[in-house]
Write a protein that binds this ligand. Structure first.
Ligand code: NAD
Length: 366
């Protein structure tokens, strides 16, 4: 048993303090001198099933920053997977380093570490990790998903993520305007990367008036030429009149600086962790009458896709069918938020936690 002094230390920001506060099951440290691999795996909650979440490779400024990131990201996966109705828990891995360090040996060593977790954690792509990297990891473990289609995998998850985001956006529009048509709505898409570009296709097809912004000028111009969307300067996107703001680039774009500038009725996009402060900015959106479709709810299409691949039951129609359900889930979360006068973010978190708790009880019986 811990003495009082030890307990105090734990709650003063140590690793165990963070894990206790964020309710993780496990934090795994992986190091290999031969390849220089330094990785962390966060397993947040496995009540619903193996913890699934991608691996992010990043040149973190410090080990503390990497630990915070893996804990935050793995926790987010628990709620995302639960709310998507998946029988998967939440986990995530980070590799500390420059993507140029990647080699066959480096990635296979990482795969070997993942294998050592015996299926408690299943990895996939995230920032700076691609389907080709998953192929190397798969040489050492079967607890990996998101493999290329030519290898029998489900390929790039971004089109499915975009479809789910589109469904969530339509549900939020229904809440705000009484019907879910996006025709004639002015929609600002921030980030025309993998998800953004597919989302824009759905919006253009519905005759929305699409504004686009990105820091990559060439990419922006190419999408504008292809779709007829109007280009907006990245610094001006928060000040433009629009009906719907769709963040599809970075996290934390809804913050003290931007929230008062946004002139929109709806926020619905794919970017992870859009609210800088979940509680504060979530409530502020409610008070300002802006309908917010929680990011981890509406960007779940990608994990629905790789989850189906991992569970060995991949059918594209079923995956799109499950992703389409984001529409109904989003509407029910927005109704709950309105009825209980709690932020949509909190309403979504509560629904995810309720599912984990109730299914956890079911699992207790044999
Ligand atoms: P991506 O890297 O392909 O695209 C992101 C785009 O945002 C890039 O074009 C980049 O230039 C642009 N960008 C970066 N900073 C910007 C800024 N300040 N202003 C405007 N544009 C900026 O990434 P993606 O796969 O399209 O993912 C987009 C977001 O959705 C990310 O937050 C990601 O975590 C999240 N997400 C993606 C998936 C998926 O399936 N790809 C799934 C769930 C969540």
């Amino acid at each position: 048993m811990l003495d009082t002094k030890a307990t105090e230390t734990i709650h003063q920001g140590s690793i165990f303090g963070q894990i206790t506060k964020m309710e993780h099951e496990q934090l795994v440290v992986c190091y290999d001198e031969a390849t220089g691999l330094k990785a962390l795996v966060g397993i947040h909650n496995t009540t619903l099933g193996p913890a699934l979440g991608g691996t992010r490779m990043w040149s973190y400024a410090s080990e503390a920053e990497a630990i915070t990131d893996v804990l935050r990201l793995s926790r987010g996966m628990t709620f995302k997977n639960a709310l998507a109705g998946l029988n998967l828990g939440g986990g995530k891995a980070v590799i500390i380093g420059n993507p140029q360090m990647k080699s066959e040996a480096y990635l296979r060593r990482f795969g070997k570490f993942i294998n050592g977790l015996a299926g408690r954690y299943v990895t996939a792509e995230d920032v700076n990790m691609n389907t080709a990297d998953m192929e190397y990891i798969a040489m050492e473990t079967r607890h990996v998903t998101g493999l290329p289609e030519i290898k029998g995998g489900s390929g790039d998850p971004s089109p499915v993520t975009a479809y789910g985001t589109y469904m969530g956006m339509k549900a939020a529009a229904k809440k705000a305007y009484g019907n879910d048509s996006l025709e004639g709505k002015t929609i600002g898409v921030q980030g025309v990367g993998q998800v953004g570009k597919y989302l824009i296709d759905y919006l253009v097809k519905e005759n929305a008036n699409v504004l686009i912004t990105d820091i990559f000028e060439d990419r922006l111009q190419a999408i504008a030429k292809k779709t007829g969307a109007t280009v907006v300067d990245p610094n001006l996107i928060y000040d433009v009149e629009m009906d719907i703001y769709a963040p599809c680039a970075l996290g934390a774009t809804i913050n003290d600086d931007t929230i008062g500038r946004l002139k929109c009725a709806v926020i619905a996009g794919a970017a992870n962790n859009q609210l800088k402060d979940e509680e504060k900015h979530g409530m502020e959106l409610l008070e300002r009458g802006i309908v917010y479709a929680p990011d981890f709810l509406i960007n779940a299409g990608g994990v629905i896709n790789v989850g189906a691949e991992y569970l060995g039951d991949y059918h594209r129609e079923t995956v799109y069918g499950l992703t389409e359900k984001i529409y109904d889930t989003c509407l029910s979360i927005l109704d709950k938020s309105e009825k209980e006068q709690i932020s949509a973010q909190r309403a979504a978190m509560e629904a995810a936690k309720a599912r984990i708790e109730s299914i956890g009880k079911v699992k207790l019986s044999f």
